[in-house]
Design a protein around this ligand. Sequence first.
Ligand code: ATP
Length: 248
Amino acid sequence: MIRLIDVSKSFDGYEALKHVSLTIADGETLAIIGGSGSGKSTLLRLLIGLIKPTSGEIYIGDQEIGHMTEQELKPIRLHMGMVFQYSALFDSMTVGDNVAFGLREHTDLSEARIAEIVREKLHLVGLDGVEDLMPSELSGGMKKRVSLARAIAIEPSIIFYDEPSSGLDPIMTEKIDELIIHTQRALHVTSVVVTHDMASACRIADRIAMIYEGELIAVDTAERFQRLKDPRVQAFFHTLRTTKEVCP
Ligand SMILES: Nc1ncnc2c1ncn2[C@@H]1O[C@H](COP(=O)(O)OP(=O)(O)OP(=O)(O)O)[C@@H](O)[C@H]1O
């Protein structure tokens, strides 16, 4: 379980997140939505332990990570997979080496076993036989898939996705969404997905959390979310220029 208790984060006096309390259950997929600059990435960075809260507590399981040192965070990060906005692959390494990276860094597995896991994870994301390609030879969608294969290679219990479908066309966006759902089902991971894309959030998430000017203003199932009367939620839907419901 992931739990934030009254978490605030300020940067030089500017409150980017204000008194956020939120619980994410094991195996749940939570989408975090909100406009530009609302605080979504700040929340994600806090959950990964990349930045510290100004006040409040953040629990991953029963461990409070908000005040841990980098050294203390290391074993916890071993259970976290991260899929970044621009894939963040190492350009000078082959696809296979990219996926193997975490395994070589953090385990004593033999090269033969690592090769097997790399093959297996690439297969899971629908990419077979691409180990020897370089990232520059891949399309944007393939890069995202490799990035996901790298994240799941270490068998994490939580996967954080930062705008996984940004820069992709609608068809590839749907494919990535399907992959997020498939990964959750195959590995029973907890998933936290920051996205701008409401349709995507509806497809993948058990619940949607909306951040507005640093405040968590709504957390609900996709179905109930769009019926919320809060004008800030309504306004967000309005800015999507949709007159009908975006969730099926
Ligand atoms: N390291 C930092 N130093 C100063 N201000 C920051 C820092 N990180 C974030 N902020 C500010 O905090 C606010 C929230 O930023 P954040 O990146 O979390 O928004 P976001 O919702 O992820 O936006 P976007 O969708 O545009 O990526 C913004 O006003 C931003 O300028």
